[in-house]
Design a protein around this ligand. Structure first.
Ligand SMILES: NC(=O)c1ccc[n+]([C@@H]2O[C@H](COP(=O)([O-])OP(=O)(O)OC[C@H]3O[C@@H](n4cnc5c(N)ncnc54)[C@H](OP(=O)(O)O)[C@@H]3O)[C@@H](O)[C@H]2O)c1
Length: 230
């Protein structure tokens, strides 16, 4: 049987790298979307490289085109890992609507554009799992990160609503909440005084995402909190 296809957005980021390594080791066929094609993944440079496309996820037409190409060139997408997103801090009193909308674009719209493009394919087949990454702030708020917290909470609510709509068509959504900082090069640079041992290892988060993508039938995850171990 041919290995399943998993689409990954934000594939060029820090978590994207850990997810690519994990899923490749699992024998999964990957379709990678990011603003830039992750280095080393350009077809031509390496014939074994996964399918990859440089796409602005806020460009609905480009996303629809990329998803259609994955489905026709690779095959049916079994699961989508929507990793694209990002952090932003600003005191609430300084969070204007442009900042708020920017976070909603970054953390909600980048996922919603892909969900919209994928759903007709998945519901027609009666199979699919869509997984998004929220954040601890979506659960418990976070001083100085109101727009970020709101955008991640919006993503979780969006995915829950999609699930209500599509579960009867065989399409499930999962929201994973990293309940702490990920140990990434960017975070180490931004917080040189912090102890990364108290942060979540992206490889463990990749383990959870890989599991969430393949579990079933007759059991599924809906929301998962992943906490630092320390
Ligand atoms: N890092 C943490 O501590 C942490 C904690 C909790 C949750 N998370 C969440 O986990 C996910 C991955 O985090 P990460 O640390 O791997 O982030 P990252 O390294 O910044 O990777 C995110 C990737 O998404 C891409 N992206 C963003 N907007 C896009 C757009 N409109 N079109 C195409 N690509 C776009 C980025 O490209 P550009 O760089 O070109 O924008 C980047 O390659 C994010 O959703 C983040 O919010 C992270």
């Amino acid at each position: 049987m041919e290995s399943p296809i998993v689409l990954v957005t934000g594939a060029g980021g820090a978590l994207g790298r850990a997810v690519r390594e994990r899923l490749t080791a699992d024998g999964v066929r990957l379709a990678l979307l990011d603003r830039r094609v992750p280095s080393g993944d350009a077809k031509g440079a390496d014939a074994d490289a996964p399918w990859a496309a440089a796409v602005d996820l806020l460009d609905e037409a480009a996303v629809a085109d990329a998803v259609a190409r994955v489905e026709s060139e690779l095959g049916p997408v079994r699961a989508a890992l929507l990793l694209a997103g990002g952090f932003g801090t600003a005191p609430a009193a300084e969070t204007d609507l442009t900042t708020l909308r920017g976070q909603l674009d970054l953390n909600l719209a980048t996922a919603a554009s892909v969900v919209r493009a994928l759903l007709p394919h998945m519901t027609k087949r009666g199979e699919g799992t869509i997984i998004g990454i929220a954040a601890g702030q979506a659960r418990r708020g976070g001083s100085g990160a109101a727009a970020y917290a709101a955008s991640k909470a919006a993503l979780a609510a969006y995915l829950r609503a999609v699930d209500e709509e599509t579960a009867s068509h065989g399409v499930r959504t999962v929201t994973v909440f990293p309940m702490g900082t990920l140990d990434t090069p960017a975070n180490r640079e931004a917080m040189p005084g912090a102890d990364p041992a108290r942060w979540i290892d992206p490889e463990r988060l990749a383990d959870v995402l890989a599991f969430a993508a393949r579990i079933g039938p007759r059991a599924r995850l809906r929301e998962v909190e992943l906490h630092p171990d320390g």
